[in-house]
Design a protein around this ligand. Structure first.
Ligand code: ADP
Ligand code: MG
Length: 346
């Protein structure tokens, strides 16, 4: 007789719960490992500089749909999301490795397209593609990218460094990538019903680009260097503003006030959200995949950022006891911030 083993569904824990469960007693054994699991990238100590390492896995049918995602864009994005995690440590990316599992439905030309996008993304930030692994898959395409980067000791920004009274800042605008995905999904549904239907994408070029071809904010890291700014904490926005801000508060043991009316939204994001009867704010808070940087700075650095259109001040860090709150525009009420996020395991 085979003994019946306990089988708890993974959905019970969700993505973050599962990671915590699997890794809670994994402790670094080597003195070179400064930070293991828990930030945008691991931090390794090799002398004057710290090395950061981050990895991501993209699975066909889960993270991308080849019905409407061109392979070249997919390649570009799969590199960019990793470089974004390196930038989120205030580090410079130097190398990536790329591992692929490919099913027999893909031609050489198709994989060449994927690589064209990957190389474009690497070239943009002067990153070397130094290796990987290739194997076959029974069903679809699986892409795993690992990125390595470098940062001077003392310049690294972790999730855990925010302090009470720090200002909370975000780059660019939020929610666009999520609305771009909604648009692509809608047009794909229409196409599945009637193959003669042409997709209606006019007027939405910006949100489509936000979804299909995101740009990691390496320009911001350069700006920090020039201005001698070291964010007290930083994270990139892959799962939505709420989720990322809660990560910073949890790791820093702080609270926060996020002001609803300050959250930056593009006009196309707002327009399409209204068309679908979605509150545009929700696309920023819970949408994800914007790959903007969310960071905190000491008030003394305010002057250096205040007139720069890349940055929006969206709140401030408070004592942990005050909790993480969203301050509403209408009546100034504070409601607890919750992370719905984008959870692929739900
Ligand atoms: P991000 O959204 O920035 O890519 P994740 O939420 O995927 O970050 O990961 C959070 C942390 O957990 C990171 O330090 C990552 O290296 C680690 N992590 C994720 N999955 C695993 C896993 N299966 N085993 C060990 N560590 C993991
Ligand atoms: Mg990240």
């Amino acid at each position: 007789m085979i003994e019946k083993k306990k089988a708890t569904p993974i959905s019970k824990l969700g993505e973050f719960g599962l990671i915590e469960h699997l890794t809670k007693d994994i402790k670094p054994k080597n003195k070179e490992t400064i930070e293991g699991i828990g930030d945008d990238a691991a931090i390794l100590d090799y002398g004057d500089n710290l090395q950061v390492v981050t990895t991501d896995l993209l699975v066909e049918g889960i993270h991308f749909n080849l019905m409407y995602v061109p392979l070249k864009h997919l390649g570009y994005k799969s590199i960019m999301v990793n470089l974004s995690d390196v930038f989120a440590m205030n580090a410079r990316p130097l190398q990536v490795t790329v591992s692929l599992a490919i099913s027999n439905k893909f031609s050489i030309e198709a994989i060449e397209e994927l690589y064209r996008g990957m190389r474009e993304a690497c070239d943009k930030f002067n990153v070397d593609l130094v290796g990987g692994d290739t194997t076959s898959s029974l069903t679809g395409l699986v892409i795993s990218v690992t990125a390595l980067g470098k940062v001077k000791k003392g310049e690294v920004s972790r999730r855990s460094g925010s302090k009470v009274n720090d200002l909370i800042v975000v780059t660019g605008d939020l929610g666009g990538a999520y609305m771009g995905l909604q648009l692509l999904e809608r047009e794909n549904e229409v196409f599945k019903v009637d193959h003669n239907m042409k997709p209606q994408l006019e007027g939405y070029d910006y949100i489509l680009k936000r979804q299909l071809r995101p740009e990691a904010r390496g320009d911001i890291i350069e700006f920090f260097k020039e201005q001698n700014i070291i964010p007290t904490s930083m994270i990139d926005i892959s799962d939505g503003l709420s989720s990322e801000l809660l990560h910073i508060c949890k790791e820093s043991k702080t609270g926060c006030n996020l002001y609803e009316d300050k959250v930056p939204l593009d006009s196309q994001t707002k327009k399409f959200a209204e068309e679908l009867n979605i509150n545009p704010l929700v696309t920023a808070l819970n949408g994800g995949e914007d790959y903007e940087l969310l960071f905190t700075i000491n008030m003394n650095d305010y002057e250096k950022l205040k007139n720069n259109p890349d940055f929006t001040f969206i709140g401030n860090i408070t004592e942990k006891e005050k909790g993480a709150n969203l301050v509403t525009t209408l009546d100034g009420r504070s409601i607890p911030l919750t992370a719905q996020g984008w959870n692929p395991l739900k």
